[in-house]
Ligand binder design. Structure first.
Ligand code: MN
Length: 292
């Protein structure tokens, strides 16, 4: 057993996207700052409607998956396939853009707090042009389990062993294997509590504290990770997270790297420049999201 330690920190940078939604971007903040298969992690969190009210009007995606996890507030997704999904607190939207999706993501509120994450997970070349798919996962379908040392764990994706029981997230539990085999956990710990979990040694992994603070690793290898930063972990087959003096809320995300070239142009992520040019042509021709 090798416990993962901290490899490096990707701080989050304030930025805006869509029609001026303010957010903090860590993974993907600079082009090439990926953690294969993860292309981007945005945290949005504000009590000020002016920071989110304009939302994300209609825009395209091709070549990857977007995972939106709401902590507070409500958003509505509408796409070219006619899907309409209301995303509420604790809910997840898992969208496979594949060949192409054109969708909008707009707030369903005019006041109050809006907070959550959007993660982009790359697709291998063989799956980049597959048909688009979309799934709404309400909060009630996401298992929440009590941790032995206090705190709770929400399993959005992947399978974990907690206090002798096997818990699978709704995204890729039994029979729903994704090629990147993502693990997506939301961890809440009281001050000083520790959370330990096996993570496949084939996976790249990072942890992102959105409240409180944490340290990662065991003994002499234990290292603190600042709040609102992605702590990229070294290889290993297990992880140990210890909450700081004010407790912790964090996401722990891992996935199997794809190991292919990444060429990104905004919302299109392909393997070659030619494929990006094709995506732009298809979008301009109105065929980005039509069946192949
Ligand atoms: Mn989008």
């Amino acid at each position: 057993m090798t416990t993962r330690s901290l490899k490096h920190v990707i701080p989050s940078m304030p930025t805006s996207d869509g029609a001026g939604v303010k957010l903090r971007r860590s993974i993907g903040a600079q082009r090439g700052l990926y953690l294969d298969p993860f292309l981007m992690l945005d945290e949005f969190g504000t009590d000020n409607p002016g920071d989110y009210i304009a939302g994300f009007p209609a825009h395209p995606h091709r070549g990857f998956e977007t995972v939106t996890y709401m902590l507070d507030g409500r958003m509505q997704h509408r796409d070219h396939l006619g899907n309409v999904g209301d995303l509420g607190p604790g809910g997840v939207q898992w969208m496979t853009a594949g060949r192409g999706v054109i969708h909008s993501e707009m707030p369903l509120q005019e006041s109050g707090r809006m907070r959550g994450f959007q993660l982009w997970i790359n697709l291998p070349a063989a799956e980049k042009m597959k048909p688009a798919a979309y799934r709404d996962i309400p909060a009630a379908e996401i298992p929440e389990v009590a941790l032995p040392d206090g705190g709770t764990l929400k399993v959005i994706a992947g399978t974990v062993e907690v206090a002798g029981q096997t818990v699978s997230g709704p995204v890729n539990g039994p029979g729903r294997r994704l090629s990147t085999d993502p693990l997506y956990l939301d961890i809440t710990l009281p001050a000083g509590a520790r959370f330990e979990q096996a993570i496949g040694s084939t996976h790249n992994a990072f942890v992102y504290a959105y409240e409180g603070s944490l340290s990662i690793g065991d003994g002499a290898a234990e290292k603190a990770i600042p709040t609102q930063a992605a702590g990229v972990l070294t290889p290993g087959d297990r992880v140990s997270v210890t909450a700081g003096p004010n407790g912790l809320r964090a996401v722990l995300i891992a996935g199997k790297p794809i190991g292919e070239p990444v060429v990104q142009y905004g919302p299109f992520v392909m393997n070659t420049a030619e494929q990006i040019e094709q995506a732009i042509r298809d979008y301009n021709d109105g065929t980005l999201a039509s069946a192949a």
